[in-house]
Design a protein around this ligand. Structure first.
Ligand code: NAD
Ligand code: 572
Ligand code: ZN
Length: 342
């Protein structure tokens, strides 16, 4: 039997020194992700079990404070966003450009790998992205979940004129919405159980918002079609709830795509024949690859304003309060940001 015995503690550790091709970063902003909260509360996600003390945090930005041997792309003082997964660079997935599928990827705050919720952290220089002066460190941290949204839209083939359904309006659904808008979607409709999250989606530019008040996925799909005036070309599932995935299948236009971002039960009952006979492609999403540059460009150009997602700020010393706020959603919390250098 697994018994979660989670404790949170502040610990003094030696300041890490950068290895070859690494930079040392004075960490500034760290967003709390649902997975951080899940590891904290439950001590595991699927087969990834926290068996030893682990530093959380993978949505981070900071200022370069030292260079390891061989680093020429960055200098001390550069403000950077940190892409948290560093792959092996050698396997067929890495060489084929799908490095998110690298079996040897080292990803921050996925056990047993420590994350970046700390004052100093060392990372591969080529997975750090220099921020232009007008892009804030908070926005730098938001590039991580935005990269998930960008990748989800790419996997779904969102393009100019697409009609898009986003199921679930948490941070990932909202950033998928913003990505789809930036990629030229014509109409975007969102769903959620929570009216506060739907209101946020409407403020961010969703054209329609549907509150899920029935467990009948075919009824939800009918409401989506009625609101849009057609079935969506692309559906991006960002809740992981089985009824929502079912809605995604029924709602998507024949020949369209349903992208599975949300993580729910390992196995679920789905109307798979409905998808098959209407050639609705069901596509998985595992984090992202090659999406930081576009996510940064979207922010730097002003095409995407993700700042309204940040609802709460805490200093590092108040990390426990920050996690509690994120866990409970108190005060309408969406993205909670921790500041490590205040
Ligand atoms: P979140 O829990 O904040 O948001 C999920 C939202 O879905 C909530 O607002 C909730 O009210 C809503 N929801 C729940 N049941 C619903 C239903 N039946 N219909 C519609 N909406 C419903 O989580 P998040 O941080 O936005 O992440 C979303 C999901 O994406 C999580 O499952 C997370 O694990 C997953 N995720 C996956 C990847 C990946 O690589 N595939 C990356 C990041 C996050
Ligand atoms: O930002 C990366 C990220 N990935 C998430 C969730 C939250 N944030 N994923 C869902 C969980 N999986 S996993 O494979 N795993 C625990 C490693 O089940 C990774 C992607
Ligand atoms: Zn995450």
């Amino acid at each position: 039997m697994f018994i979660a015995r989670t404790v949170c503690r502040e610990e003094e550790t030696p300041i890490p020194q950068p290895g070859r091709n690494e930079v040392q970063i004075r960490v500034q902003s760290v967003g709390i992700c649902g997975s951080d909260v899940h590891y904290f509360v439950h001590g595991k996600i699927g087969r990834f079990v926290v068996n030893a003390p682990m530093i959380l945090g993978h949505e981070s930005s900071g200022v370069v404070s030292a260079l390891g041997d061989g680093v020429t792309s960055l200098k001390v003082g550069d403000r950077v966003a940190i892409e948290p997964g560093v792959p092996c660079r050698m396997c067929s997935f890495c060489k084929g450009g799908r490095y998110n599928l690298c079996p040897d990827i080292v990803f921050c705050a996925t056990p047993p790998v420590d994350g970046s919720l700390r004052r100093f952290y060392c990372h591969a220089a080529d997975f750090c992205y220099k921020l232009p002066d007008h892009v804030t460190l908070d926005e730098g941290a938001l590039l991580e979940p935005l990269a998930v949204g960008v990748y989800a839209c790419r996997r779904g083939g969102v393009q100019l004129g697409s009609n898009v359904l986003v199921l679930g309006s948490g941070p990932i659904g909202l950033l998928s919405l913003l990505s789809a808008k930036a990629m030229g979607a014509a109409q975007i409709i969102v769903t959620d159980l929570d009216q506060g999250r739907l209101d946020m989606a409407l403020n961010l530019g969703a054209h329609h918002a549907l509150r899920v008040d029935t467990r009948d996925p075919e009824e939800m799909a009918r409401r989506v079609e009625e609101a849009l005036g057609c079935k969506p070309d692309v559906s991006v599932e960002c809740s992981g709830a089985a009824p929502s995935v079912q809605t995604g299948i029924y709602a998507t236009k024949s020949g369209g795509a349903l992208v599975l971002v949300g993580r729910g039960p390992y196995s679920m009952d789905l109307p798979i024949v409905n998808a098959a006979v209407r050639e609705v492609d069901i596509r998985g999403v595992f984090r992202y690859a090659n999406c930081y540059p576009l996510a940064l460009e979207m922010i730097a150009s002003g095409k995407v304003d993700a700042k309204p997602l940040i609802t709460h700020h805490f200093p590092l010393e108040k990390t426990l309060d920050a996690f509690e706020t994120s866990r409970t959603g108190a005060g309408g919390a969406i993205k909670v940001m921790i500041h490590c250098d205040q």
